[in-house]
Design a binder for this molecule. Sequence first.
Ligand code: SAM
Length: 278
Amino acid sequence: MSQPGILYIVATPIGNLRDFSPRARETIERVDAVCAEDTRRSGQLLAHLGIAKPLIALHEHNEQTMAERLAVRLARGESLALISDAGTPLVSDPGYRLVRAARAGGITVSPVPGPCAAIAALSVAGLASDRFVFEGFLPAKPAARRERLTYLSNEPRTLVFYEASHRIADTLTDMSTVLGGDRPAVIARELTKLFETVLDGTLAQLCERIQADADQRKGEFVVVVQGAPEDVDARLSEGKRLYAKLSEHLPPSAAAKLAAEISGAPRKALYGSVAMDD
Ligand code: SAM
């Protein structure tokens, strides 16, 4: 029986074709076929790069069925590359079902990393990047979008969103209303392309800027927003409440350890403490 093939997850440029890595090229040249969300668009990219390969459509609507079929082809020895229209597959793009099916079949899945709009934006935003939350696209409907923003309003980690040109103005207005106009944020537009623009300011300032200039509403966007200030007091009082409950059943050191893990409050501050609202 032949050796199983390998599934390569290959990043492609988010604008500038020179960001296509030599290893991405070698990989695509070596595989038997390339899976792509939009075969017409990816065909153009590969033609531009001088690569001819059979293309297999893999998108939201057929991924479930295709994943099983492609896992069989991989098991029989074919190697495949998955690419998306731009950037890193699986990041707000299809692919995880295929990866899951391949992994379940014992197939090696290997990344060929490269451009990703979220990471590129974060790298130039100048906002805390040690911890961040990737939120992808907010819901298109205004009520659902505001609800999601409300859910995120106390999130202390930096928030990273994708947005399309026809919604950027409305999304920024909602962000300013729900998260607060004075929240620092960055709009990264058309990264690596001719009209690359990175604007920073408060959400209120950015709203104004985008509304005043139609050119700033064109293209592709990543919005990076500073997280909410950490609520140290709330963590401590939650930690103390948990400690009080847990120490009814556990030794003090174990109760303090567990309460600290759950609440995020420092263990030392909880050990032997009394709940604030007792
Ligand atoms: N998989 C891609 C990645 O790795 O970034 C993202 C795919 S998602 C369907 C497309 C969205 O990514 C766009 O609507 C935009 O929000 C963002 N995006 C893609 N290219 C971009 C660019 N050059 N500049 C800014 N945002 C970009």
